[in-house]
Design a protein around this ligand. Structure first.
Ligand code: NAP
Length: 299
C-alpha cells in the first residue's frame, strides 16, 4: 500500500484553510494544520508564526510535507496599509520562510495569491497580465509571488478573489455572512456599485486546489468563481438566494466610503485556463450560492 501524502496547510484556521483541510482530511491525507492563534478544527493542529524561521523549520521537521499549501497571510487590506511592518513580516518574510523550507524538503508548494495584485482598471485579468498593485496588501502578496518564483523551479501560484463560506473563520465573518446577518435583522446596508470581483465559494476553491495538489500542477492559475459581478449585484443575489429583503441593499460608490486602503475598481479574474484544465471547474455565482445555502442547512 502507498503511504498517504503528508500535506501542510498554513492558515488552516482561515476561511480557505479550514475548508481545504476538511476536504483533504476527508480524502485520507495526513494533514498538518498550521495556525497562529485560532486552533483549527480539522487535521493535526500545529502552531507557528510563519515570520519566525525557527518555527517554520520545526513544523517542516515534524510534518515532513510532500505538499504545502501556503494560505496564511495578513488578509485585512486596511490593516496592511496601517501596519506595514507586520504586513511585510507576515506576507513577504513569512512566504520567504515557507518557500525556503519547501525547497529544502522538496515539497510541492502552492502559494495562495490574490486578484489585488492587479491595478483594477479593466478587469478579467489573465494569468500572464502584468500585476500592478494599488495597495500595500496587494504589494506584499505580489512580493510573495516573487519569492516563490525566485527560489523554486516547480510551484503553483493560485490567485483567487473575495472568498466566502458558510461559517466564520479565524475569528471573522465574511462578506456573504455579513450581508445575510444584516438583512435578517432588517438593517439597511450600503454596498458599492463600482467595485467588481470574481466572488469565490471556499468549497469550490478547495476542490480545485486539491486537484492541483494531487496532480502537482505547476504554474500560475486564476482559481476563482466564474462570474464577474459588482459587490452590489452580488449582495442582491445573496438576498434572493436566502429569500431576504433586497430593497434593504442601498447602492453607494467607493468615494463615499472611508477605507484606509484604495481598492481596485475591477479586479475580476479570467478563469478560462482553470476551466480548460481542471476537472473541478470554477462555478458560476448562482450555482455557488445554492451550494452555500445547502451547506448552511437550507434546501
Ligand atoms: N479572503 C479573501 O477574500 C481572499 C481573496 C483573495 C486572496 N486571498 C488569499 O487567500 C489566502 C487565505 O485567505 P483567508 O481569507 O482564508 O484568510 P483568513 O481567513 O484571514 O485567515 C488567515 C490565516 O492566516 C493565519 N496567519 C496569519 N498570520 C500568521 C502568522 N504570522 N503565522 C501563521 N499563521 C498566520 C491565521 O491564523 P489564526 O487564525 O490562527 O490567526 C489564519 O489561519 C490568503 O493568502 C489571502 O491572501 C483571500
Amino acid at each position: 500500500m502507498v503511504a498517504a501524502m503528508n500535506i501542510l496547510v498554513t492558515g488552516a484556521s482561515g476561511l480557505l484553510g479550514s475548508k481545504l483541510t476538511n476536504i483533504l482530511v476527508g480524502k485520507g491525507y495526513n494533514v498538518y494544520s498550521g495556525y497562529l492563534g485560532n486552533r483549527p478544527e480539522y487535521g493535526i493542529p500545529i502552531k507557528l508564526d510563519i515570520s519566525n524561521e525557527n518555527d517554520v523549520e520545526k513544523v517542516f521537521e515534524v510534518s515532513k510535507p510532500d505538499a504545502v499549501v501556503h494560505a496564511a497571510a495578513l488578509t485585512n487590506v486596511d490593516a496592511c496599509e496601517l501596519k506595514r511592518e507586520l504586513a511585510w513580516k507576515t506576507n513577504v518574510i513569512g512566504t520567504k520562510n515557507i518557500v525556503k523550507l519547501s525547497k529544502k524538503y522538496n515539497a510541492f508548494l502552492v502559494y495562495i495569491s490574490t486578484d489585488y495584485v492587479f491595478k483594477g482598471d479593466r478587469g478579467m485579468y489573465c494569468e500572464d497580465d502584468v500585476p500592478e498593485p494599488i495597495n500595500y496588501y496587494g504589494y506584499t502578496k505580489l512580493k510573495g509571488e516573487e519569492e516563490v518564483k525566485g527560489m523554486l523551479k516547480e510551484y503553483c501560484i493560485a490567485r483567487t478573489s473575495v472568498i466566502y463560506g458558510s461559517v466564520p473563520a479565524s475569528g471573522k465573518t465574511n462578506f456573504v455572512l455579513w450581508i445575510i446577518e444584516k438583512l435578517r435583522k432588517g438593517e439597511v446596508v450600503n454596498v458599492v456599485v463600482d467595485q467588481y470581483n470574481s466572488p469565490t465559494h471556499n468549497t469550490n476553491l478547495a476542490e480545485m486546489l486539491s486537484e492541483i495538489i494531487e496532480k502537482r500542477m505547476t504554474g500560475t492559475y486564476h482559481l476563482a468563481g466564474a462570474t464577474r459581478i459588482s459587490r452590489h449585484d452580488f449582495s442582491k443575489l445573496v438576498a434572493e438566494t436566502f429569500s431576504l429583503e433586497k430593497n434593504l441593499i442601498m447602492p453607494t460608490t467607493s468615494d463615499k466610503i472611508s477605507w484606509t486602503a484604495q481598492r481596485p475598481k475591477d479586479s475580476s479574474l479570467n478563469i478560462v485556463k482553470a476551466l480548460r484544465i481542471l476537472k473541478s471547474k470554477p462555478l458560476d455565482i448562482q450555482t455557488s450560492l445554492k451550494r452555500l445555502k445547502h451547506e448552511m442547512g437550507f434546501f
